[in-house]
Design a protein around this ligand. Structure first.
Ligand code: FES
Ligand code: FES
Length: 156
């Protein structure tokens, strides 16, 4: 086993220190070391978006970044959206509009929506579809997700 390195960063407002193997992806660090299992492993190669988290304000595929690269970074995961038992407005909008799909794709869709609305609070349908283009669903569809984003953005 390769020698672990201590890496310090912030996750959902909490400072953490983790002993990370050089080969571990951020997704593996979140899931296996920090027990934050909201981000999912779909493809492991940057194509499906199931592992999407926000690092320093930008969405990334956590399967394609190394944990050791996270020193000093601020990370937001789907676990950080709700405020106690109160859901984030985006989570509630996905429930209310049927955009809540399976546990594999939904966390990524939510995080990409958080990023979109933080940077563009009133996106057009085209901008929503473009922003979510990196998040794949293999089984149902996208329309209810688009309607959910429009609902929370007040553009439906
Ligand atoms: S698991 Fe990371 S993009 Fe698919
Ligand atoms: S991959 Fe989640 S509902 Fe299709």
């Amino acid at each position: 086993m390769a020698k672990r390195r201590i890496v310090s960063f912030e996750v959902n407002g909490d400072n953490v220190e983790v002993a990370v193997e050089p080969r571990q992806t951020l997704l593996e660090v979140l899931r296996d070391e920090l027990e934050l299992t909201g981000a999912k492993e779909g493809c492991s190669n940057g194509n499906c978006g199931a592992c999407t988290v926000i690092v320093d304000g930008v969405t990334i595929d956590s399967c394609c970044s190394l944990g050791v690269e996270m020193e000093g970074r601020q990370i937001k995961t789907v676990e950080g959206l709700a405020n106690g038992t109160e859901l984030h407005p985006i989570q509630q909008a996905f429930i209310d509009n049927g955009g809540l799909q399976c546990g594999i794709c939904t966390p990524g869709f939510l995080m990409s929506t958080v990023y979109l609305l933080e940077n563009n609070p009133h996106p057009t349908e085209e901008e929503i579809r473009l922003n979510l283009a990196g998040n794949l669903c293999r089984c149902t569809g996208y329309d209810k997700i688009i309607r959910s984003v429009q609902a929370v953005a007040g553009t439906s």
